[in-house]
Design a protein around this ligand. Structure first.
Ligand code: VGL
Ligand code: ZN
Length: 210
């Protein structure tokens, strides 16, 4: 078992939203299967932050904003390559709401990301231009957090980018792999696992904690 340090450990629950679950606009296979495990983890951690993908209509990451383009194609934008997605997590829609099984009352903070119409944000720490901070690093530092445990959707995008950035920002990072599900676009899940190992991110199973 892994011991949770109440003062310095934090659980970051990434994008457990209806659009990433079955029936949603960008459904991650098995997405809703993690909700029960995430709930047990949220009970075990005294400090929890939730992220919420939160795009305005017409967001640059939507294929529908680029005539002739299809979801899952990659294009070049001002800050580099950007994968195009189906419209998803549009602000104030049911798809952007948290999965109804998630007990959001337990969260200390809900961090919204991806709200700039011309900039996507997979990571909870730094947006996809790799320069614009979300403010999470400052929040965690002020709170004395040293180690971030991650769960949520999708393993190979927002969870992996957040875990890598947590390391970059000087935190220890641990991904609870069975509390995540992957989109797995062209081998992206295996590639993410390799990148995480290279970055010093530990991969564990929920049974090691709860
Ligand atoms: C995500 C693609 C687009 C995620 C968010 O939460 O992993 N993926 N927006
Ligand atoms: Zn998004």
């Amino acid at each position: 078992m892994l011991e949770i340090h109440p003062e310095t450990d934090l659980l970051l629950v990434v994008d457990v939203q209806n659009d990433f679950c079955e029936g949603g606009r960008l459904a991650v296979p098995g997405g809703s299967e993690i909700v029960a495990t995430v709930g047990r983890l949220m009970d075990a951690f005294p400090h929890v932050v939730l992220t919420q993908d939160w795009h305005p209509p017409g967001h640059l990451s939507f294929a529908s904003s680029h005539p002739g383009r299809q979801p899952f194609e990659q294009i070049e934008v001002a800050y580099g390559p950007q994968t195009l997605w189906p419209d998803h997590c549009v602000q104030d829609t049911a798809g952007a709401a948290f999965h109804p099984g998630l007990d959001t009352a337990k969260a200390d903070l809900v961090l919204r990301k991806g709200a700039d119409p011309a900039l996507d944000s997979y990571s909870a720490f730094v947006e996809n231009d790799r320069r614009t901070p979300t403010g999470l690093t400052g929040y965690l530092r002020e709170k004395g957090v040293e180690r971030v445990f991650l769960a949520g959707l999708a393993f190979d995008y927002c969870v992996a980018w957040s875990a890598e950035d947590a390391r970059r920002e000087g935190f220890a990072a641990v991904v609870i792999e069975d509390a995540c599900r992957a989109i797995d676009l062209a081998g992206s899940a295996a590639a993410a696992r390799d990148r995480l190992s290279a970055a010093g991110v530990r991969l564990i199973r929920a049974a090691a904690l709860v």
